[in-house]
Design a protein around this ligand. Structure first.
Ligand SMILES: O=C(O)COP(=O)(O)O
Ligand SMILES: [Mg+2]
Length: 219
């Protein structure tokens, strides 16, 4: 019988791409509709991680406001239209993912970002053809930290928990990965606080570390 391929499940924002400028840009354009001053990027950074809708709730709350359904719908459309303008791959991402692919690994993205802008962004940075699945924040009835977000993404990739590894920059990524039974890698270059590394099985200092860590965690 053919052995199942190993699979690396990757978070997107703060792990594969630095998406903060475009996320903060969309939030601030939304707040500007109410004549609110923009939130500095450093204030927005810890608000990222639970998807765009929660991001808008947190951003509006910082100005003592609550977004309406219309704000949310306009915000999603605006972000989707501008999600690639100031968003870049972290150094070494493409090389590391190509190396894993060449070594026989499958690759899947599990992100709390809605699937449409996630696919647009992944296509823009040249990664979409390398991926076996993209599980967005609205692709399934659940999202991270629910471990089922990982399980559904693996199922879509045709991969199994027993052969997979999770990498992410946020507590939600490590919690979802561990909950699904995957060894986890903390991406230390992202938006999560350094302490999240203590919850993970390994800490990557840069993307160059990732292929070897994957092989160690799933020999
Ligand atoms: O958009 C977010 O809030 C988080 O997205 P991520 O799961 O790719 O980090
Ligand atoms: Mg992230």
């Amino acid at each position: 019988m053919q052995p199942m391929a190993k699979c690396l499940v990757l978070d997107l924002d703060g792990t594969i791409t630095d998406s903060l400028p475009d996320i903060a840009g969309a939030l601030n354009r939304s707040l500007a509709r109410y004549s609110q001053d923009p939130l500095p990027m450093e204030q927005v950074r810890p608000m990222v991680g639970d998807g765009l809708m929660v991001l808008y709730q947190r951003g509006y709350a910082a100005r003592g406001m609550v977004p309406t359904d219309e704000d949310m719908a306009l915000g999603l459309a605006d972000y989707t239209a501008h999600s690639t303008e100031g968003t870049y791959l972290y150094p070494g991402a493409l090389e590391a993912l190509r190396a894993l692919k060449a070594a026989g690994w499958q690759l899947a993205v599990c992100t709390n970002k809605p699937e449409e802008p996630a696919r647009i962004l992944l296509d823009h940075v040249g990664l979409l053809p390398l991926l076996d699945a993209v599980g967005g924040g609205d692709s399934f009835p659940v999202k991270k930290p629910d471990p089922d977000h990982i399980r559904f993404t693996l199922e879509a990739a045709g991969a199994t928990v027993a052969e997979s590894v999770m990498i992410g920059d946020h507590h939600n990524d490590v919690a979802a990965g561990k909950g699904a039974g995957l060894p986890t890698i903390f991406a230390s270059w992202g938006y999560g606080p350094r302490e999240v590394g203590a919850e993970a099985d390994a800490v990557a200092e840069s993307f160059a570390d990732v292929p070897a860590l994957c092989e160690t965690l799933r020999p």
